[in-house]
Design a protein around this ligand. Structure first.
Ligand code: 13P
Length: 253
């Protein structure tokens, strides 16, 4: 049985005061007995504070990005080792906003994935097609290419300590989530593709869905056999919404 995984990607939101309140609320509301891996991903500058506040609790801390290089003259970048140093355990890599707005390609994402793992972080590898790609019938080709960029360089084994996040670009921040069946179809495709290399491993890798996940649709999405949780944007900024989404993941087990 795969342990459900739910992460909140706060994107560029928050402040010291607002974060402290939100995290205190989450600590109060997220039940320690829920068999769900629960994570928050605040902006870089707040990671150390968040990790300190959540230390010893049930909620882990992740970064929204990581530098592909280990150390050196890379102005503005943050290394995986630094993230570990301040208490992070996860790093999102390949988010569509990074791919689209900051021109990150598959090769760079694969290097970020490896840099995160080398430092001991669990990469949360984002994959997903645009609306044009879906309408052109290219969804499977796109997510296969994005997955293969990591598989071909780092091997299937590298996914044993990673989480995949299927995030159709057209569903992000639009209020229009993929239907449970649309998500399931892509998740099953990704699992089959991993299984072609290593069937045992493919059965163990968590594939979570992201794109307008909220309290009102989480249960039906997580009811699908290959949807192992969620990567939540906007709704993760509300303690009440995030609690209900985590509860829906707990109910799946
Ligand atoms: P929304 O939940 O706001 O659609 O964002 C999804 C996302 O991009 C999570 O990484």
């Amino acid at each position: 049985m795969r342990r459900p995984f739910v992460a909140g990607n706060w994107k560029m939101h928050g402040s010291r005061a607002a974060n402290e309140t939100l995290l205190a609320e989450l600590e109060r509301r997220l039940k320690p007995e829920w068999p769900v891996e629960m994570v928050v991903c605040p902006p870089f500058v707040y990671l150390a504070d968040a990790a300190r506040q959540l230390e010893g609790g049930r909620v882990g801390v992740g970064a929204q990005d990581v530098c592909a290089e280990p150390v050196g003259a890379f102005t503005g970048q943050v290394s995986a080792a630094m993230l570990v140093d301040v208490g992070c355990r996860y790093a999102i890599v390949g988010h569509s906003e990074r791919r689209r707005l900051y021109h990150e390609d598959d090769a760079l994402v694969a290097r970020k994935f490896a840099a995160a793992q080398r430092a001991g972080l669990v990469p949360v590898l984002c994959l997903g097609e645009t609306l044009e790609e879906r309408e052109a019938g290219a969804t499977e080709a796109v997510v296969a290419r994005q997955l293969d960029a990591v598989l071909s360089i780092h091997g299937a084994e590298s996914l044993s300590k990673a989480v995949l996040a299927y995030e159709p670009v057209w569903a992000i921040g639009t209020g229009r989530n993929a239907s449970p069946q649309q998500a399931q179809d892509v998740h099953a495709f990704l699992r089959r593709r991993m299984a072609a290399q290593d069937a045992t491993l493919a059965g163990q890798v968590r594939i979570v869905y992201g794109g307008s996940v909220k309290a009102g649709n989480a249960a039906e999405l997580f009811a699908m056999p290959d949807v192992d949780g969620g990567l939540v944007g906007g709704a993760s900024l509300s303690a009440d919404e995030f609690q209900q989404i985590c509860a829906a993941a707990a109910a799946r087990t």
